[in-house]
Design a protein around this ligand. Sequence first.
Ligand code: ADP
Length: 187
Amino acid sequence: MSSQKIVFLGPPGSGKGTQAQRLAAELGIPAISTGEMLRTAVEDGSELGRRVQGVMERGELVSDELMAEVVRDRLARPDAEHGFLLDGYPRTAPQADTLDGILKERSGDLDHVIYLEVPAAELVDRMLSRGRTDDTEEAVRERLRVYRSATEPLVERYRVSGVLREIDGDRSIEQVEESILAAVSVS
Ligand code: ADP
C-alpha cells in the first residue's frame, strides 16, 4: 500500500487525467480530479454546480476560496488518508499555499509533482478532438491563457522545493506512463 502524495501539473490537454487514473490505480490511492468533481456538480445541478457553471464554460478559474473548500473536504475523506493524487489542483499560487497548509496539518509533504510537458500546438488539437462540453475553441484558448499566467509559475516553485518530475508528454500513453512510474520509483 502506497502512501504517496502526488500532484499532476501540466497544461490542459497534456494527458493529466489519463495518466493520473493509471498511476492512482497502480499505487492504490484515489485520483482526485477537481475538474471532474466540478463537472459532476454541474451535471447534478447541485449548489456548487450552479455556482461554477458559467465560469467553467468560459474557461476561467473557479475562485481560490471555493476551490479550497472543495479540496479540503475531499482530502478529509478516509480514502485519502494514506496518500492521494491530485489532478487539476493547485492551479494558482494561493491554491498551492492552501495545499501546503493542508499538508502541514497532516504532517506530510508532497512526494512528487509530475509535470507533463506537451507543445502548445498539440494541446489545442487534443482538446478539440476529445469533445467535452466545455471544450469549445474559445474556452480552450482561454484555458491555455489562464494556464500560462496562473499555473505555469508553479513549475518553478516545485522545482525549487525539489519535488518536480519533468515528463515528456508528447509520446504514446504507454511511454508516458512508463516514465511516470520510473519517476515515482515503482517498477
Ligand atoms: P483541463 O484538463 O482542460 O485542464 P479540468 O478538467 O482540469 O480541465 O478543469 C476544467 C475546468 O474546471 C477548468 O477550466 C476550471 O474552470 C475548473 N477548475 C478545475 N480545477 C480548478 C482549480 N483548481 N481552480 C479553479 N478552477 C478549476
